[in-house]
Design a protein around this ligand. Structure first.
Ligand SMILES: N[C@@H](CCSC[C@H]1O[C@@H](n2cnc3c(=O)[nH]cnc32)[C@H](O)[C@@H]1O)C(=O)O
Ligand SMILES: [Zn+2]
Length: 433
């Protein structure tokens, strides 16, 4: 088959390589991969498709490392509550009513929002994941998808849910041309008994998949863990064998120095969710200390009901701002580090080896922002502008695996209008019951 080969001319590319943050020049993409980035125009024999990059800043696609996409249906439903009240009194009763089709429209709504906002890959933990996989497959996006399991139910039911999680991973890991991968995901130490978590560790080993769970999101949760098991969550999960497997933890807000050392020792990745943590008043994670200890810290929005959008630019900006504010140190989480958290460290946290950087040989998962706008001037430090000034609305084009999914701000692979209409209808049906 003939290769699909194209080139960007006169573009600006955020390579974040050594002390070079951007390259101005040319990029060539062949099929799903970047084959050239440089200042010099490459020698090309045959005529190829050319994109004028004069007003475009290219970044690696943003990687959202924690969320529950279908919760877009619950956006604005139960704001301004603490986590446990929000979950138990608002989210879980509504989620109990959600059917497969509802999940499809909720996840689709999030896929539209994420794609148009420059997110090319996302980690998603929920129920009815076949539906999420289906829209990810259709849209051309990349998804790390897993059936999350809440084990506050009798053992037979827990086992049945675990089996669903295993069946989903077996059915979808590596599918959609490799764009869908999976992990094993017990929801949290406070919703899963130790025996169930151990079964997940076993399944993660059997299927050779990483683990993903929520951990230490609130102070109350940590205290409950100590009361129930005599250990803080990190030691508890370590004892259950979780960290013997590649692991991604969402939140990890409340950590002691000793816990940070344990996470660093086991190479555990963290999905930092500043927007969600602020909104649910969960606290502020110790991100500068984690980064200093060598822990991979990435960014997640969490579900759209606790954020309440899926704008990863906002998460990068929050990550860069909050830790300065809290520590009183303006050098905490500099712009380049925040951008890496949203891209390179995101890919690493999601166990995606071939994305997260604009580099020859990498998959062409990338986005282009329109820099011909007032808030991008003067054209000086583009990395600073991306983190401190940009937003999802600046995204003009999006590619995954070298295929264009958003062009001039419009979705090419999914029917946005229909998705918006069906999502609204789904919410009305759910609340009318
Ligand atoms: N319903 C499934 C479990 C779904 S996993 C995803 C769960 O995470 C919940 N969730 C969303 N955001 C957060 C958060 O910040 N902390 C903890 N749980 C959350 C969400 O409401 C949902 O119930 C079962 O039958 O076992
Ligand atoms: Zn979550």
């Amino acid at each position: 088959m003939k290769k699909h080969k194209w080139m960007v001319e006169n573009g600006t590319f955020a390579v974040l390589e050594g002390n070079q943050s951007v390259i101005k020049g040319y990029m060539v993409v062949e099929d799903d991969r970047i084959t050239y980035i440089g200042e010099q125009k490459p020698q090309i024999e045959e005529p190829i498709e050319i994109i004028d990059g004069t007003h475009l800043l290219f970044l690696p696609g943003l990687v959202n490392t924690h969320g529950h996409a279908a919760m877009s249906l619950l956006r604005g439903y139960g704001d301004d509550l603490a986590l446990q009240v929000w979950l138990q009194e608002k989210m879980w009763p509504m989620e109990a009513k959600m059917k497969a089709e509802d999940i499809y429209w909720g996840a689709s709504l999030s896929v539209v929002e994420m794609l148009k906002g420059g997110t090319t890959a996302f980690v998603d933990m929920y129920d009815h994941m076949d539906q999420v996989a289906s829209i990810v497959d259709q849209s051309g996006m990349r998804g790390v998808l897993m059936r999350g399991v809440i084990g506050l139910c009798p053992p037979e039911e827990q086992r049945q849910k675990l089996n669903e999680a295993i069946a989903f991973a077996k059915a979808w890991h590596g599918k959609a041309d490799g764009r869908i991968t999976s992990m094993m995901s017990p929801h949290a130490p406070y919703t899963c008994p130790p025996e169930l978590i151990e079964m997940f560790v076993q399944a993660s080993e059997d299927l050779d998949l990483p683990l993903h769970t929520h951990m230490s999101e609130t102070k109350a949760e940590v205290q409950q863990n100590v009361d129930d098991y005599g250990l803080r969550p990190v030691a508890h999960l370590e004892r259950l064998g979780v960290f013997s497997r590649p692991t991604l933890l969402a939140h990890a807000v409340h950590l002691t120095d000793e816990e940070i050392d344990i996470l660093a020792k086991h190479n555990v990745a963290i999905s930092h969710n500043p927007g969600s943590n602020l909104k649910l008043a969960s606290g502020v994670a110790r991100v500068p200390e984690l980064l200093k200890a060598g822990v991979t810290v990435s960014l997640g929005t969490d579900g759209p009901a606790s954020n309440n959008n899926l704008d990863m630019f906002e998460e990068m900006r929050l990550a860069a701002l909050i830790h300065k504010g809290v520590s009183g140190d303006p050098t905490a989480v500099p712009a380049s580090e925040a951008l890496r958290m949203g891209t390179e460290y995101g890919a690493k946290s999601a166990f995606l080896n071939e994305v997260g950087r604009l580099e020859v040989g990498m998959k062409a998962d990338m986005i282009a922002l329109n820099t011909d706008q007032a808030h991008f001037l003067p054209h000086t430090d583009f990395i600073s502008h991306v983190v401190y000034s940009a937003s999802a609305k600046d995204v003009e084009h999006v590619w995954v695996d070298g295929k264009q999914l958003v062009k001039n701000g419009e979705c090419l692979t999914v029917d946005e209008e229909r998705i918006r209409r069906e999502a609204q209808r789904t919410f009305e049906r759910l609340t009318a019951q």
